[in-house]
Design a protein. Structure first.
Length: 661
C-alpha cells in the first residue's frame, strides 16, 4: 500500500493543490482543514508524513506539532511546516519544536513533493524491496514491464519521458534504472549521460532498451555509460536476469548514503533589509523550483542558520545593524557553515566594496542592477561547485578510510574520459555550427551590400546630375543617405571580420608582428597622407599564431590609436613588447584621448563606445573582434588609460607559464 500523507491546512486551495500533487507522485492523501479533523483522521490511520500549517482556525500549528511529538506513534513521523508567516521567530519556533522542514508560502509544490520523498526514503541497506525506475514513452510497454518487475519482488516507479525520469531519479535514488533508447525530446543515451554526470546518481546501474537490432546501437548505448543493453524484442526473463545482474554488481556501493542529486530540491537563504527586493528575488527563485527562506537582517539570518540547513546564501552588502560584510565574516567563521556558498548582493559598483566582500569570505559578488537571470546563473554555478566539492570531499574521506587510492584514481580517469568524449562531441558540433554561421554571414552580407551599393550609387548620381535642381536642404538629405549607406557598409564589414575571428580555422606558425604593424601603419598613412604621427615600432617582435588573424588585431589596435590621437598636437604611437617569467606581453600605446579606468571592462563588449560618434566615428566591433582573436590563441587582452593622456592595450598570445615550469 502506498504511503499516506496528511495535509493539515485551513486553505481549501492549498489542500487541493498539494493533495493532487501527492496523488500524482504515487501517495495516498488525507486532507484536514483543522486540528480537530486531523485528530479524528489520526485515530483511523497513522500517516507516513504530515504537512502542517502554522495558522489553523482552532489551534496554533506549532502547538499541534508539540502535541504530535508526545504521541508514541507520531514522535518520529516526518513533519513539514507550511505557513505564510514571514516572522523569523515562527520559523525558528517550528524547527526547534520538532519540525523536519519549514516551507514558506507561496510554496513550490514540486519542492514540497521532493522534500517529502527525501524524508520518506528508506535508508540504504534496509530490508525494503529494491526500487527500479522504468523510463519509457510507451504506456503499454512500461506498464507491462512494471508489472513483471513487481511480480519479481521489485518496487517499481514509472516515468513517461526522460525529463520526468531524471526528476524521479533525483527524488528516489532507485537501485537501478531501465530507460528506453528512443524517446521524444531526450533519448535514452542522453538520460544515461546526465545520470553519469550527477554525483548523486553516477553509480546507479542503468539498463538501456531499444528496438534496434544493429551492433552500432549497442556500442552507442555502452559508450553513453549504460551498464547493460537489451533489445525490447527479447524475452522478459532476459530483462529480469540483466537487472538482477547489474543490481548484484552494484551491491558494494550500497553501504553508504548517496550525496544529494544536483537535480534535487535546494533551499536558498535571501537576506536583505528591503522587503520589496526580498520579495522580488524570492518570487524569481521560487519560479525556478527553489525554496526561499527570507531574512530582513544579518542577525535574523544568523538565528535561522543556527536551526536550519540551507544550500546557498544571498546576502545584501549594506544593511542596518550587522552589515553584509560583518554577517559574512560571522557565517564563514562557523565550521558548519564555512562551505555553504555565499553570494554578496549590492547596488554599489565599487571595486573596494567587491574586495571587502570577497575578503570577508564571499564566494561571488553580484550587482543588484544586473538582470535576475544573471543572479540565477551565478546561483546555479555556486550550487554546482558546492555539489562537486562535497562529492570530492566524500571521496577523499572514503579513500582515507578504505585505503583505495587506486580505485579512486580509476574512477577519476573514467570521469575525465567521459567528459573528454562529451567535449569532443560538443567541439564537433560547434565546428559545424561555426561553418554554417560563416556561410550565413557571407550570404547575408552579399544580400545587404547590393541594395546599399544601389543607395549609394543613385544618391551620387542625383548629386552629380540633378544637384543644381536641389536646394541646400535637399542636398543635405542626399548626403545623409550616402553617409548612412557608408556607415551600414562599415558595420557589415566589421561583423564579417567578427564572424571570421570566431569561425576561421586557426593556422599557427611563426609571425613577425613588427612587419605586420609596419604594413598596417603604411595603409593608414596612405589613407590619410596629411596626418603627421610619430610611430615607433620595436624590431624583432616575434610570435606564434595565425598571421591573418593577428594582422586584424593590429589593424584594430593601431587604427584606434591613429583615430584617437587626431586631436593631439604631437601625436605618438608605440608598438612593443615586454618579457618576464610569465611570458611575452605585447602592447600598443598612444597619447590620444584616453578613457576612464572605471569603464575599462566595457571596451571589449560589442557596440560599446566610450566616445560619441560625432567626435570619433566607428562601428564598436573592432575591440570585440580583437578580444575573440586573442582568446582563440589562448591569450588575454586588457587596457589601461587616462582621459586626455592616452591609452595602452596589452595582449598575450599564450596561456601564462607556470612558475615551476
Amino acid at each position: 500500500m502506498n504511503p499516506l500523507i496528511m495535509v493539515i491546512d485551513d486553505s481549501l486551495t492549498v489542500r487541493m493543490d498539494l493533495g493532487e500533487a501527492f496523488v500524482e507522485a504515487g501517495y495516498r492523501v488525507a486532507l484536514c482543514a483543522s486540528a480537530a479533523e486531523a485528530r479524528e483522521a489520526l485515530a483511523a490511520e497513522t500517516p507516513a508524513l504530515i504537512v502542517l500549517d502554522v495558522v489553523l482556525p482552532d489551534v496554533d500549528g506549532v502547538q499541534l506539532l508539540a502535541e504530535f511529538r508526545t504521541r508514541e506513534r507520531l514522535e518520529n513521523t516526518p513533519v513539514i511546516m507550511l505557513s505564510s508567516e514571514a516572522a523569523v521567530g515562527d520559523r525558528i519556533r517550528g524547527l526547534t519544536r520538532g519540525a523536519n522542514e519549514y516551507v514558506g508560502k507561496p510554496y513550490n509544490a514540486g519542492y514540497v513533493i521532493s522534500r517529502a520523498t527525501e524524508l520518506l526514503r528508506p535508508p540504504q541497506g534496509s530490508d525494503a524491496a529494491l526500487t527500479i525506475l522504468v523510463i519509457d514513452d510507451s504506456l503499454t510497454y512500461r506498464e507491462e514491464l512494471g508489472e513483471k518487475l513487481r511480480a519479481a519482488g521489485y518496487r517499481t516507479v514509472l516515468a513517461s519521458s526522460g525529463r520526468e525520469g531524471l526528476r524521479k531519479a533525483s527524488d528516489l535514488h532507485p537501485h537501478a534504472i531501465i530507460v528506453d533508447g528512443v524517446m521524444p525530446e531526450m533519448d535514452g543515451t542522453a538520460v544515461v549521460r546526465r545520470i553519469r554526470l550527477d554525483p548523486g546518481l553516477d553509480t546507479t546501474p542503468c539498463l538501456l532498451l531499444t528496438a534496434s537490432e544493429g551492433a552500432a546501437s549497442e556500442v552507442e548505448a555502452l559508450d553513453s555509460g549504460a551498464d547493460a543493453y537489451v533489445r525490447k524484442t527479447e524475452d522478459a526473463d532476459i530483462i529480469l536476469a540483466r537487472i538482477a545482474a547489474i543490481v548484484r554488481a552494484a551491491e558494494d556501493s550500497r553501504d553508504r548514503s548517496p550525496p544529494a542529486s544536483l537535480m534535487g530540491p535546494k533551499r536558498i537563504l535571501a537576506v536583505d533589509d528591503s522587503p520589496t527586493y526580498l520579495g522580488e528575488i524570492a518570487e524569481q527563485l521560487q519560479l525556478e523550483g527553489y525554496e526561499v527562506v527570507k531574512a530582513c537582517s544579518g542577525q535574523d539570518a544568523l538565528s535561522l542558520l543556527a536551526v536550519e540547513h540551507v544550500d546557498c546564501i544571498l546576502l545584501d552588502l549594506i544593511m542596518p545593524g550587522l552589515s553584509g560584510t560583518e554577517t559574512c565574516l560571522k557565517i564563514k567563521g562557523l565550521t558548519a557553515l564555512r562551505n555553504v556558498p555565499l553570494i554578496m548582493l549590492t547596488a554599489l559598483e565599487d571595486p573596494e566594496a567587491v574586495v571587502a566582500g570577497m575578503n570577508a569570505g564571499a564566494d561571488d559578488y553580484v550587482v543588484k542592477t544586473i538582470d535576475f537571470e544573471v543572479i540565477k546563473a551565478r546561483l546555479r554555478a555556486q550550487l554546482r561547485r558546492k555539489q562537486f566539492e562535497d562529492e570530492n570531499r566524500r571521496v577523499r574521506e572514503e579513500i582515507l578510510k578504505k585505503d583505495a587510492e587506486a580505485r579512486a584514481a580509476q574512477a577519476l580517469a573514467d570521469m575525465h574520459a567521459a567528459l573528454h568524449r562529451e567535449l569532443e562531441t560538443k567541439n564537433r558540433d560547434l565546428e559545424i555550427l561555426n561553418k554554417e554561421l560563416e556561410v550565413f554571414a557571407y550570404s547575408v552580407s552579399h544580400d545587404l551590400r547590393q541594395p546599399l551599393r544601389a543607395m549609394d550609387g543613385f544618391s551620387q548620381v542625383l548629386l552629380a546630375e540633378y544637384g543644381s535642381y536641389l536646394d541646400a536642404k535637399g542636398k543635405h538629405y542626399l548626403e545623409r543617405v550616402r553617409a548612412g549607406a557608408g556607415r551600414m557598409a562599415q558595420l557589415i564589414d566589421g561583423l564579417l571580420v567578427l564572424s571570421r575571428a570566431t569561425s576561421h580555422e586557426l593556422r599557427r606558425g611563426p609571425v613577425r608582428l613588427d612587419v605586420l604593424a609596419r604594413r598596417v601603419v603604411e595603409r593608414l598613412r596612405d589613407a590619410e597622407p596629411d596626418r603627421r604621427i610619430e610611430v615607433e615600432i620595436a624590431d624583432g617582435l616575434e610570435a606564434e599564431g595565425d598571421a591573418q588573424l593577428l594582422e586584424s588585431v593590429l589593424e584594430n589596435l593601431l587604427g584606434n590609436a591613429w583615430k584617437f590621437t587626431g586631436t593631439r598636437e604631437n601625436p605618438r604611437i608605440e608598438v612593443g613588447a615586454r618579457t618576464d617569467a610569465e611570458g611575452t606581453t605585447y602592447f600598443v600605446r598612444d597619447n590620444g584621448a584616453g578613457f576612464k579606468m572605471a569603464y575599462a571592462d566595457k571596451l571589449f563588449a560589442p557596440f560599446q563606445r566610450l566616445h560619441s560618434e560625432r567626435e570619433f566615428p566607428g562601428t564598436g566591433i573592432g575591440l570585440a573582434t580583437t578580444q575573440r582573436i586573442v582568446r582563440r590563441h589562448g591569450g588575454t587582452i586588457w587596457a589601461e588609460g587616462e582621459t586626455g593622456v592616452g591609452a595602452t592595450f596589452f595582449f598575450t598570445l599564450d596561456p601564462p607559464r607556470r612558475a615551476d615550469a
